[in-house]
Design a protein around this ligand. Structure first.
Ligand code: UD1
Ligand code: MG
Length: 447
């Protein structure tokens, strides 16, 4: 798609995020399995900017990797949002369009309002009205509704704290003015930081008024701590579930289901309570996922049935109409169409052929303490209950494994394998045993 040569975007993401109490840069914390920054970059990409520049700190390698292929610049010391934009300006010297400045800790921007801000010809600032705008800068408007100044909460008087209109901290500024205005920001405030929020006052000195663009929000604005992170997670989950249900997924108890940002669904799927779907999962039509199941990195094909209490781990494929029942763990395995494992099994590094039946308590011992090995089970194989299959092993089509077997040799097609010690029956032994024991007890009681 052609780029919008009139638009550059700067995302500020160099802050320490000290209120998160974390070793991880704040913007790398995840919502529905995707980083805050990832969510925001996706929205920015939909605007096709000429340049997308992310400001981060020199020690935040994780952020650099996440931003690729977009531009990354470094703020050497975290002296505030007004200082953070400076390294990005180096890349905008010859740029004459609009510069959208966004905060990395505000992952869910409203693109309609952002577009209105881009389309406006002068400086624009986004505002949110909240019952409790705690933590946000407060907006002071003039009699015509233009933004006179933004006062950071720590610099507010008791009276100013009562203002409900908070600073959403998304701005759109003409590039030709931005470099000059930013150079005028000082750190003369309660936190001795360079506040980007000084821009409206500085613009006013040039006779330019800042227009306010209000945005409706359903959550606290921005993420500064883990409570706000959890609130954004709840919000994202709600939206993902709504999207899934609208596309043909029935959820018995939606609030107990967690999805990932990239979960893909077909139609006529039923998801029971307390199901967790991790990253990289695709679920085709007519699948039923019973309660308390955990699935990640897997493809579940048409009509398969999962759970209750199933765990499907990454690189697994559950074929058409296959059944993975209760207390089954499937790991890096290909369960072919119509195969069944219904009770208490571990299937790791394996292929289970079409229509094969894995009995209760089957364990595929795939790990020797150093290396993982593969087991390939053919079509229509019957594995008797409580069998241990010690990989690597190949089991031919139609083979039968007797219950309770330890299998560590290949089995040819249609053979029967039994790998257990034989049972011996001793006639009358139990009667004699009880007699002897009772006599011993009598003697003891007499003593
Ligand atoms: C900021 C605004 C506040 C607004 C709120 C909305 C300022 C001074 N305050 O406060 O008015 O209501 O956002 O969410 O702008 N960052 C840097 N370098 C720094 C400091 C911050 O890159 O030196 C980045 C952070 O990584 C973050 C963003 O800027 O993504 C905002 O910083 P943060 O410290 O969260 O500001 P708030 O206190 O939330
Ligand atoms: Mg913040």
């Amino acid at each position: 798609m052609t780029k919008n040569s009139n638009l550059a975007i700067i995302i500020l993401a160099a802050g320490k995020g000290s209120r998160m109490k974390s070793d991880l840069p704040k913007v790398m914390h995840k919502i529905a399995g995707r980083t805050m920054l990832g969510w925001l970059i996706e929205s920015c990409e939909s605007l096709n900017p000429e340049k997308l520049i992310v400001v981060t700190a020199p020690d935040m390698d994780e952020v650099v990797d996440a931003v690729s292929p977009h531009l990354v610049v470094f703020q050497k010391e975290q002296n505030g949002t007004g200082d953070a934009v400076k390294p990005a300006l180096e890349h905008l010297k010859d740029f004459k369009g609009r510069v959208l400045i966004l905060m990395g800790d505000e992952p869910f921007v409203n693109l309609d309002v952002i577009q209105d801000m881009i389309d406006y010809e002068d400086i624009a600032a986004m505002a949110v009205t909240l019952d409790d705008p705690a933590g946000l800068g407060r907006l002071v408007l003039d009699k015509d509704g233009y933004l006179e100044r933004i006062i950071e909460e720590k610099d507010c008087t008791a009276e100013q704290l009562k203002i409900k209109q908070g600073n959403a901290a998304n701005y759109c500024v003409p590039a030709t003015k931005l470099i000059d205005w930013v150079s005028q920001i000082t750190n003369d405030n309660a936190q001795s930081e360079y506040y980007l929020t000084d821009l409206p006052e500085i613009a006013a000195k040039d006779g330019i008024k800042t227009k306010v663009f209000n945005v409706d929000v359903e959550i606290d604005w921005g993420i500064n701590n883990r409570v706000q992170l959890a609130e954004h997670e709840r919000y994202a989950q709600e939206k993902l579930r709504e999207k899934a249900m609208m596309s043909g997924v029935t959820m018995i108890d939606p609030n107990s289901v967690t999805l990932s940002w990239d979960t893909e669904f077909g139609q006529d799927i039923i998801i029971e309570s307390a199901v967790c779907i991790g990253l990289g999962t695709s679920i085709e039509g007519n699948v039923v996922i019973h309660a308390f199941s955990h699935i990640e990195g897997a493809i579940i094909e048409q009509g398969a049935e999962i759970g209750p209490f199933a765990r499907i781990r990454p690189k697994s494929l559950i074929g058409k109409g296959a059944t993975i029942g209760n207390f089954i763990e499937v790991n890096r395995s290909n369960i072919k169409p119509g195969a069944k494992a219904k009770h208490v099994s571990y299937l790791g590094d394996s292929t289970i052929g079409e229509k094969s039946n894995i009995g209760a308590g089957t364990v595929i011992a795939n790990y020797d303490g150093f290396f993982k090995h593969k087991t390939v089970i053919g079509k229509n194989v019957f594995v008797g209950s409580n069998s241990t299959i010690i990989s690597p092993v190949e089991i031919g089509d139609g083979a039968i494994i007797a219950a309770g077997s330890n299998i560590n040799k290949n089995i040819t097609e249609n053979a029967m394998a039994i790998g257990r010690s034989r049972q011996e029956n001793h006639q009358g032994w139990a009667t004699q045993y009880r007699y002897v024991k009772k006599e011993q007890k009598k003697l003891e009681d007499e003593d």
